[in-house]
Structure formats: structure tokens, C-alpha cells
Design a protein around this ligand. Structure first.
Ligand SMILES: Cc1cc2nc3c(=O)[nH]c(=O)nc-3n(C[C@H](O)[C@H](O)[C@H](O)COP(=O)(O)OP(=O)(O)OC[C@H]3O[C@@H](n4cnc5c(N)ncnc54)[C@H](O)[C@@H]3O)c2cc1C
Length: 409
């Protein structure tokens, strides 16, 4: 468990070698996606002191800003169920708990279950209920009433999370950062971290493109570049990257309302995007599209467009003639069990990992950030994060899922 650092960074052994431009901070967070913004927000809210958030580009500029930002609670592990439950509460109360209106739209989340996934569906219903989440089992007639454009071909029943929905990922991230400024957070967009200095086994400074920041606490929330940040400290993480795309189509006239729809059988998900568009992407289980994070073409390619459209039009035939409105590609950062790596590294004082959300890390960012802030402050978090500890793989305790491998969790 991490501890609040002892001593003043300015009197640490390297301080004497620093130039007058050296700044000090009580903690430095590397990465301005949802994970870094959440860690910084909740540390600041706890009164941790002077905090710097380094973001080499712009806030939410990589995976977070391209997230479909679906906030749903169907998970199959106690930790992810509890975190998703907390996330839903946070998004429902975003003005009080996430620093402002993050555009959360609680339009409901509908999971379509076919014969092949019946057992996984029953497991989800039972798990969600056991964790106090409101979830409804819908017959096909009720699915048709709730979501008229959905073809019922191959659907045995639906699982509805009436409170779930989606948020605006960029606005959520920006809110978390802006709200924390009066509490001591200094965001530094456009400034990359370039190194972390140790004295013995203790973090003493973060090097940046714009000088050195003396600090005893660093949070690695560098998303796709978290492995690079870890390597500065001699840490090696097993990470893979996948190029993930979403596309937009215009809502046809008279289309009506839809909840978020996820079809694990056809492996597609979709949701409204504002009032006049639908956003859709390929659902789990995923085929990884390997990519170098430094060389990820952000354009939707024609082959991927066709792969998304095929199941999308099968499930929502009314979209087949709708106007295509473009799309994009971004990055999943994937750990060996598709769950984030979070927490301290034994033997390395002042370093905390917080990355690897694959395709489900947006909603989990704020509740994990809240719990990690407790850990950094030396207090037990309400939700125990130890199942996400970096060493779980060598301990032989990766997380598993009722859905098999992938980001459903
Ligand atoms: C297409 C797509 C759809 C998705 N849909 C959903 C969904 O519906 N629901 C859901 O919950 N999740 C979803 N996700 C997953 C979710 O978006 C990610 O898990 C989450 O955004 C990861 O956040 P992050 O902060 O770890 O990474 P990022 O958002 O990538 O942020 C990391 C940041 O670190 C910065 N950085 C890196 N190195 C440095 C450095 N040296 N110095 C300074 N800054 C640095 C980067 O510039 C970047 O901005 C989706 C993802 C994608 C790609």
C-alpha cells in the first residue's frame, strides 16, 4: 500500500543539483486522459497539496476523447461490478462528484442475448442483482417495444440497465481538471514528461520538456505510452495496442429513440450520439488490430467501415440506407487480462501505475482515480484495488470474465 511521501522534495538528495527553475510538487500525474485527470482530481480534492498534471498533447486527446463513453454496469468480477456501480453513481451526480456536467445521458443500456450466450446473460443478471444494481430481463416483445428499429433475429431475450447511458468523454475529463484547479492542480497541456528520477528506490523528480519537477509521488497514467514511462524506472509491463474504430451514421427520419445497444452475438455496439447521429463500433470479443501507438492512422479505413456496417445493418436494418458521416480510429491499451493495472510497485516508493483500460476504461477512470487517491494518501479505499495490482500476473491471479477473454470484464 502506498504512503504519503515523507519529507520535502526540495531537501531530497538531488535537490542541490537542480537549477533555479526547478519546481516542486507534492505529486505529478503523467497523462491527461480520463485516468490521469481522475487521479489528479481526487488527489487534489483530498488536499494532497501542489499537483501537476503533465499532458504531452491536449486533455483527452488520445483514447479518452475517442471513447464511445458508454457507462454500463454489466461486469462479472466483484471489483469491476463495484467500480461500475460507483461510476454510475458518479456520472448520475456529475456536477457534485465529477466537477461539472459531463453530458451524461441515462438512456438505458440494452444487451441482446441469443441462445449461445444464455448462460453468460444469466450470470450477468444474477451478478448485477447481487451487487444491488437494478437490471431487468426483457422478453423479445419488450425489446421490440423499447427499441423498435432493432431486428429481433436471433435474440432470445434482452438485459436492460435502465440507469446506464453514455457521457461526453472530453467534457468529463476537462471538468475533472478544471474543478481541481482551485484545490491546487496545475494542468500542463503540451508538456511531455521525459523521465523520472529516483534516489535509491524512491521517486524524487519528474523530468519534463520544460524543466524538472521535484516530487516524491508520480502517477503513470500515460495510457498507450505507460510502458515507456515504466521503462524509465526499469519496469516492464506486458501491453498490447489495438487500433479501434467507430463510425457515425445519420439517424433516418422517424427513426425514434434507442437506448445504447450491445449485441455480443453479432459483436457490434451502437448508441445515439446527440439527437441526429448514431455511433457504432465492433463489440467484444475483439480481434486485436495490432498498431504502434506512435504510428496510429486516425482515419476510419474502408475495410473497417465495412466490418462495422455488416453487423450494424443486420441488427438495425433501417440504418442500411442512412447517410455515412465518417468515423475515426484510436487506441486500446490492453493488459494480459484486459483490465487496468493500478497501484504501487513493491520496492519503489512514490510510484503508482494507472493505465490499461482497453475498451472499458472510460467509465472506470473516475472510481479508480478516487480509490487510488486514497491509496496514495495512505488510507484504505472503499473499493479495494488490489485485484488490479501490477504483480497479479506473476502472482497467477489475473482477472477472469464470464464472457471469456476481452473487454466485457
Ligand atoms: C474507439 C474506442 C471506444 C471506447 N469505448 C468505451 C466505452 O464505451 N466505455 C468505456 O468505458 N471505455 C471505452 N473505451 C476505452 C477508454 O476510452 C479507455 O480505456 C480510456 O480512455 C483510457 O484512458 P487513459 O487515460 O488511460 O488513456 P488516454 O486517454 O490515452 O490518455 C493517456 C494520455 O497520456 C498522455 N501521455 C502519454 N505519455 C505522456 C508523457 N510522456 N508526458 C505527458 N503526457 C503523456 C497522452 O498524450 C494521452 O493523452 C473506448 C476506447 C476506444 C479507443
Amino acid at each position: 500500500m502506498g504512503r504519503r511521501p515523507r519529507g520535502d522534495p526540495e531537501t531530497s538528495p538531488i535537490a542541490g543539483t537542480m537549477t533555479a527553475s526547478v519546481k516542486t510538487a507534492d505529486a505529478v500525474v503523467i497523462g491527461g486522459g480520463i485516468m490521469g485527470a481522475s487521479a489528479a482530481h481526487f488527489l487534489a480534492k483530498r488536499g494532497f497539496g501542489r499537483l501537476v498534471l503533465l499532458e504531452k498533447g491536449r486533455l483527452a486527446g488520445v483514447s479518452t476523447g475517442h471513447s464511445a463513453a458508454i457507462v454500463r454496469t454489466y461486469y462479472s468480477n466483484p471489483i469491476t461490478l463495484e467500480l461500475a456501480k460507483r461510476a454510475l453513481h458518479m456520472f448520475e451526480n456529475d456536477r457534485d462528484l465529477l466537477g461539472g456536467d459531463g453530458g451524461f445521458r441515462p438512456i438505458g443500456f440494452l444487451l441482446l442475448i441469443g441462445e449461445r450466450l444464455r448462460a453468460a446473460g444469466e450470470h450477468i443478471l444474477e451478478s448485477e442483482r447481487r451487487h444491488g444494481l437494478h437490471v431487468e430481463r426483457l422478453g423479445v416483445k419488450e425489446v421490440a417495444e423499447l427499441a423498435p428499429p432493432v431486428s429481433l433475429d436471433g435474440v432470445s431475450y434482452g438485459i436492460l440497465e435502465p440507469r446506464s447511458g453514455y457521457a461526453d468523454p472530453t467534457r468529463t475529463t476537462e471538468n475533472l481538471v478544471a474543478a481541481a484547479r482551485p484545490w491546487g492542480l496545475e494542468p500542463r497541456p503540451g508538456v511531455a514528461a521525459t523521465g523520472v528520477r529516483l534516489h535509491g528506490d524512491r521517486v524524487v523528480a519528474v523530468e519534463t520538456e520544460d524543466g524538472t519537477i521535484a516530487t516524491n509521488v508520480v502517477v503513470n497514467a500515460a495510457g498507450p505510452w505507460a510502458g515507456q514511462v515504466g521503462s524509465w524506472l526499469g519496469l516492464r509491463y506486458s501491453l498490447r495496442w489495438s487500433r479501434e474504430s467507430d463510425l457515425f451514421v445519420e439517424k433516418p427520419a422517424g427513426f425514434g429513440d434507442l437506448p445504447v445497444v450491445s449485441d455480443p452475438g453479432l459483436r457490434v455496439y451502437l448508441r445515439p450520439c446527440g439527437d441526429d447521429r448514431i455511433i457504432a463500433g465492433l463489440g467484444a470479443p475483439k480481434d486485436i488490430e495490432p498498431v504502434d501507438p506512435d504510428d496510429c492512422d486516425p482515419a476510419l479505413d474502408p475495410e473497417m467501415r465495412a466490418r462495422i456496417e455488416r453487423p450494424l445493418f443486420q441488427r438495425i436494418p433501417a440504418l442500411a440506407n442512412a447517410r455515412h458521416l465518417g468515423g475515426y480510429a484510436s487506441l486500446y491499451t490492453i493488459t494480459d487480462d484486459w483490465h487496468p493495472i493500478v497501484g504501487p510497485e513493491p520496492g519503489l516508493e512514490g510510484y503508482y501505475a494507472f493505465f490499461g483500460g482497453s475498451g472499458h476504461g472510460f467509465k472506470l477512470g473516475p472510481p479508480i482515480g478516487e480509490a487510488l487517491a486514497d491509496v496514495i494518501c495512505g488510507e484504505p479505499p472503499e473499493i479495494d484495488l488490489s485485484p488490479f495490482r501490477p504483480a497479479r500476473f506473476i502472482d497467477g491471479e489475473p482477472l477472469t470474465s464470464a464472457w471469456g477473454e476481452g473487454n466485457r470484464g
